[in-house]
Design a protein around this ligand. Structure first.
Ligand SMILES: C[S@@+](CC[C@H](N)C(=O)[O-])C[C@H]1O[C@@H](n2cnc3c(N)ncnc32)[C@H](O)[C@@H]1O
Length: 370
């Protein structure tokens, strides 16, 4: 990006702090807003701001900058105006991040695409990458994207214990995180590797990506990690089969082939326990799962699964309800399903769950040995 109006906004804003004439301050702010408008008209989305007396250069998105300036223009008192001005200057010149992510809390308003509500209605999947939408049972890239940005810092490690087509690892690459994936089916490992390498060519990032063909309920992570020089991960994502709703393979160890719901939950619990062992204390685990319907009965598979993970030394931080996006096939069958629901006295599945857990420092009852 071209260097535009370098240091000017900052100096102009700082000067305004010396002023005591409210109309004059607002006039100057309006002028800055007009200048930003001209830059936007030239196709510039952000201004580079040099912070004098430090080496830092920030990219200041115009949308954020304008929103803040407009808010200041609406204030009624000089005190309020200066308060907002100081806050904006701090936002521009200081970075304040939390323990587990790179979100600059001084500019928190800029992150308006980070979801903080427990109800997620996602209209359509993000198609900007090489994600294989064709893999039956995959999840939309927005799911790992949200959690990676919220619960890891650049350069940290993410583990996906049920990798599938590689969605999580592609998001890791795009976001500058390292990623490890475990998948039981050799042919799906090949598919994931292909998707990831296509994405890699496109983005030219240097994340380390490692994939193991293994059973996540039995895998010895310590042994595998040793080979790649990793000791622990900072986020775990688990998107297991929703028991037998989709049969992923003929492999007996595949969770979609578990003989009973109890067997499914036991294997899922073991996978969570193994992942927990390599997850840093107080870091997060994300479980994506839905319910099922069988023999005229709604089976709360999601809540059973949540309970299983809780037994393994995690505490629950959030339960998110996410819509299923409508596929063309489903849309054609909409009328039929509605008729069936009216006749059968039930509701049509429109949601799944995302459970967010945090690893407890000292598990109360779960065994530490794996
Ligand atoms: C719901 S899919 C995950 C899809 C993935 N999130 C994506 O976007 O492509 C579940 C995956 O878990 C794999 N799987 C099932 N049992 C497993 C096990 N015991 N260990 C490792 N992977 C397993 C299946 O082969 C399947 O690819």
């Amino acid at each position: 990006m071209q260097k535009v109006a370098s240091a000017v906004p900052l100096q102009r804003l700082k000067k305004l702090l010396q002023e005591n004439d409210l109309p004059a301050i607002k006039k100057s702010l309006s002028k800055i807003i007009t200048d930003i408008g001209s830059l936007e008209a030239k196709g510039k989305q952000a201004t580079r701001v040099d912070i004098k007396s430090s080496d830092k250069i920030f990219e200041l998105p115009h949308a954020y900058f304008k929103k803040e300036l407009l808010q200041i223009c609406e204030t009624k008192t000089i005190e309020r105006t200066k308060y907002y001005l100081k806050r904006l200057l701090k936002g521009i010149s200081e970075v304040k991040t939390g323990k587990v992510n790179d979100i600059n809390l001084n500019r928190w308003k800029e992150y308006d695409d980070i979801i903080t509500d427990s109800l997620w209605v996602v209209k359509k999947r993000d198609n900007s990458g090489y994600h294989s939408a064709g893999y039956w049972g995959n999840f939309i890239p927005q799911i790992p994207n949200q959690f990676i940005r919220r619960y890891t810092k650049k350069g940290e490690w993410v583990l996906d214990a049920f990798l599938g087509s590689g969605t999580t690892l592609m998001e890791c690459q795009r976001l500058g995180r390292h990623g490890i994936g475990v998948e039981i089916q050799p042919k799906i490992v090949t598919l994931a590797k292909k998707n990831i390498s296509l994405e890699r060519k496109k983005i030219e990032k240097s994340s380390q990506i490692e994939i193991f063909q293994a059973d996540s309920s039995k895998v010895n992570y310590e042994e595998k990690f040793k080979k790649i020089g990793v000791t622990s991960v900072q986020l775990v994502i688990m998107h297991p089969p929703y028991w037998d709703i989709i049969k992923f393979s003929e492999d007996k160890r595949d969770l979609s082939n578990a003989d009973s719901i109890d067997a499914f939950l036991r294997l899922l619990g073991e996978a969570a326990q193994r992942a927990r062992h390599v997850l840093d204390d107080e870091r997060y685990l994300v479980l994506v799962i839905g319910d099922k319907y069988a023999d005229g009965e709604w089976i709360p598979l999601g809540f059973y699964a949540m309970n299983e993970v809780l037994k393994k030394g995690f505490k629950l931080k959030s339960t998110i309800v996410k819509n299923f996006e409508e596929t063309k096939g489903k849309m054609n069958q909409k009328e039929l399903w509605r008729y069936r629901a009216l006749v059968g006295g039930y509701y049509i599945f429109k949601h799944e769950y995302i459970f967010l857990f945090q690893k407890k420092k000292k598990p109360a009852s779960a065994s530490r040995s794996v």
